[in-house]
Design a protein around this ligand. Structure first.
Ligand code: MG
Length: 372
């Protein structure tokens, strides 16, 4: 199980049309993939979302020299050490070494984790609603209609990047279009203070098909979350950027959330992710993973949802949805996994049970000459 090689694949893709959220527009998408190989020939994939030039330098100069020669079976200690340097890289390494452990055991990753409660996981269509065009609302409405026609019944759109009146006009436009065909979450990306977030209560009362109100406030204002929650008649969600289990528990103690949005990239390792969401579930939280920043981390989040016990006894409501990016994003096609009627079926093969598309990886490879 000695690690003998780490191959890196920095990928970048300039978008044809910028899109964005309350934090601004995205003009490109990027992804850093790497593959760890052991002496006995096992291979595992990892993924990191961060600035490519710094990642490439960090991997070549520090992470690869550290990993080569180590035992892949010492996953927890290796990930713990790398976490001190760069938590997102540690998360990627934990994915690769988990896949290698599953291959060595000749088991699916989910069997290594104790086995599945379910093989299908619901996903929600996640939009980046804003664009620089004057007709951004119409574009958003067209994108929502496309997702509805593809069978999605759970949707999430962005708010918080425009004045309230403009955001409300957008939401009214979408709600009139949806007409009960889907449930809708709104995500403010930490845009408001408490008094502004409370103004949303009036808008929320106009419609009955809300999934949740996501991250209305900054994570630095954790004490305001339970205050806002008292005013809301719909679930309050957040916590995608929490990076340590102790942060998660303090949010839990404060009664800050109804639904936690854990991110497999942000907890410093897939093992920490798994035991934290399992404990959160046993404490009664609902868990809808935030998986905007990668396709492999999303796949791990999907696998983790299959091994979580049900959150509810209500028929068809036992598993919360995982975020599915429906905007222009070529990295989705790297794995042969597609939602059908708003659900993803997880294959049962050894390891991940799927192969990455190497041809597509080659075609998206960043050549280092330019960065958007
Ligand atoms: Mg969010």
């Amino acid at each position: 199980m000695k690690i003998v090689q780490v191959d890196t694949y920095p990928l970048v893709y300039p978008l044809r049309q910028p899109y964005g959220d309350a934090n601004g527009y995205k003009r490109y998408r990027s992804l850093y993939l790497f593959r760890i190989t052991t002496q006995s020939g096992y291979q595992g994939w990892g993924e990191v979302a961060d600035w490519l030039p710094a990642l490439e330098a960090g991997f070549q100069q520090r992470l690869i020299p550290y990993l080569v020669g180590k035992q892949a079976s010492q996953r927890l200690m290796l990930v713990h050490a790398i976490r001190q340097w760069h938590p997102r890289s540690a998360a990627g390494v934990s994915m690769a070494l988990t896949e290698i452990a599953a291959q060595a055991a000749v088991l699916p990753v989910t069997s290594l984790w104790g086995g599945r409660w379910r093989s299908q996981v619901p996903v929600y269509a996640s939009f980046q609603s804003y664009s620089p065009n004057r007709d951004w609302m119409k574009r958003s409405a067209r994108a929502v209609e496309r997702a509805l026609s593809e069978g999605y019944r759970l949707l999430k759109v962005k708010v918080g990047g425009r004045p309230l009146a403009e955001d409300w006009a957008h939401i009214d436009l979408l709600q009139n279009q949806i007409q009960g065909r889907a449930s809708l979450a709104i995500d403010a990306n930490a845009s408001y203070d408490l008094s502004t977030a409370k103004k949303w209560v009036r808008m929320l009362e106009r419609w009955g098909n809300w999934l949740w109100f996501e991250e209305p406030l900054s994570a630095q204002r954790m004490v305001d979350y339970p205050r806002l929650r008292q005013y809301l008649s719909i679930p309050l969600s957040g916590g995608e950027n929490l990076q340590q289990p102790d942060q998660v528990w303090s949010w839990f103690r404060e009664g800050a959330l109804d639904i936690w949005n854990p991110d497999p990239n942000h907890l410093g390792g897939i093992d920490t992710y798994l035991y934290t969401v399992q404990t959160a579930r046993s404490l009664g939280w609902r868990l809808s993973p935030h998986t905007y920043d990668g396709m492999l981390s999303r796949y791990y989040a999907l696998m983790a949802q299959t091994v979580l016990p049900p959150w509810s006894k209500m028929a068809g409501e036992d598993c919360e949805p995982v975020e599915w990016d429906v905007m222009e994003n070529p990295f989705t096609a790297l794995l042969p996994i597609r939602p059908q009627q708003g659900k993803v079926t997880l294959p049962e093969g050894v390891g991940l049970g799927v192969e990455l598309d190497m041809e597509l990886i080659q075609s998206l490879q960043w050549d280092g000459s330019r960065y958007w």
